[in-house]
Design a protein around this ligand. Structure first.
Ligand code: GDP
Ligand code: MN
Length: 380
């Protein structure tokens, strides 16, 4: 789950990261009132769950109250990368002297959280990684020790940060590492961490913030769960989550319903092997009952890209007849001409296949036979 910039910065602030004291507004008038409270100049920032808002015109400085209102109106009418802007953050505008990047991610190779920092702040880190990877310094974080001062200082030295900033940098990096661990994050990022001029001094401040919380850890953080933005998910993803399905939408045209995440991934691989493309990853999980299967099929059929549906069920605690009943139930409600291929083996497979044959759904005996049939149908 992603949190908005204003939420991320509030969270980072609680761990000791210096952040601007801004206010959130959802109308131009409210943005004007916020600017009046904060004091001019201000920066008006779109709150949408994507990066690159600056480039898309979603971050604007305002020097007067009228300008704050106009800018807020413009930004609130934007749609950035498909997401409508519903809120803006009004922050005191910063006098920026320089920008660096600071982030913490999970590194699967080392199986640890890893701090990444770079002198190339402000631009998207993916771009830095692609063009000038030597500008990114990585520091692996020991899960028991956390991020020690000496590692943070070493990183600051390696990116060529002037010595005056090292103590602040060390404190900010360690605060971010604590925020990352305490909130079960998979990403915590400050971009830019800016050198900001305040009252004749220059200090480091987090002008942007982004945190992604591991969805599996959400039950441990009811306070964060309450911050979820419903716009983050598509309608299909929302329905899938409510039904307890593991669902990810993909680009292809073969709708898949599989029990078990491993089998679902293998199914995507075999589809590709036979020259087809999957429209989704969908794991109904072990022991799925008919209602869950029906919900899954409704979600698959709601996708206009789907040209064929493939069921790949390996029955253990999942029963073939239950799955077949679910499919038939869903098809009684949703009238569709989309062809379907089912491969059901294991527990109650005979009964399951008999039910499907009665509903005129093609069945296959093996995994590869089912996938080949589905791929063929997807090309007609
Ligand atoms: P992103 O494009 O979605 O990552 O949004 P950011 O919050 O990082 O803002 C993009 C850029 O706007 C930053 O890299 C800064 O250069 C600039 N910016 C952000 N806040 C301020 C501010 O308070 N004052 C000024 N002058 N520029 C800002
Ligand atoms: Mn940014």
């Amino acid at each position: 789950m992603k949190l908005h910039e204003y939420q991320s910065k509030q969270l980072f602030g609680r761990y000791g990261v210096p952040v601007p004291q801004g206010l959130v507004a959802d109308t131009p008038a409210a943005a004007r009132a916020a600017a009046e409270k904060i004091g001019l100049p201000v920066v008006i920032k779109s709150q949408v769950l994507v990066g690159g808002r600056g480039k898309a015109g979603g971050v604007k400085v305002a020097r007067t109250l009228d300008e704050a209102e106009t800018r807020a109106r413009d930004i609130l009418s934007l749609t950035i990368k498909g997401l409508p802007v519903r809120k803006v953050l009004v922050d005191p505008a910063a006098d920026i002297q320089g920008e660096i990047y600071l982030g913490i991610v999970i590194d699967r190779a080392t199986r640890r959280a890893t701090m990444m920092t770079s002198s190339a702040g402000g631009m998207e880190i993916e771009e830095v990684a692609a063009r000038t990877p030597e500008k990114i310094v990585r520091m692996s974080i020991d899960p028991f020790m956390g991020l020690p001062e000496y590692d943070a200082r070493d990183a600051a030295a390696q990116i060529g940060l002037p010595r005056d900033y090292w103590p602040e940098f060390v404190q900010i990096a360690r605060s971010l590492a604590q925020a990352f661990a305490a909130n079960d994050a998979s990403l915590a990022e400050i971009n830019p961490l800016a050198m900001v001029r305040v009252d004749g001094h220059t200090r480091l401040m987090a002008l942007d913030g982004k945190i992604v919380i591991d969805d599996s850890a959400i039950p441990r953080h009811p306070d964060l769960a309450a911050m979820r933005d419903p716009d983050e998910e598509s309608e299909a993803e929302k329905q899938a989550r409510a039904a307890g399905l593991n669902f990810i939408s993909l680009e292809g045209n073969i709708g898949c319903m599989v029990n078990g995440a491993g089998l679902a991934m293998a199914t995507l691989d075999i589809i590709r092997f036979y020259g087809g493309t999957a429209a989704n990853f969908l794991d109904v999980a072990g022991g799925a009952r008919a209602d869950k299967v029906a919900a899954a099929l409704r979600i698959i059929l709601a996708d206009p890209k789907v040209k064929v549906v493939l069921f790949n069920i390996f029955g253990g605690i999942t029963r073939g007849d239950e799955v077949a009943h679910g499919i038939v139930t869903a098809l009684e409600e949703v009238k569709t001409s989309v062809p379907m291929v089912a491969r059901i083996v294991g527990t109650n497979q005979e009964e399951g296949n008999r039910i499907l044959a009665g509903a005129h759904i093609a069945t296959a005996n093996t995994f590869s036979e089912a996938v080949q049939k589905a791929v063929e149908l997807s090309k007609q």
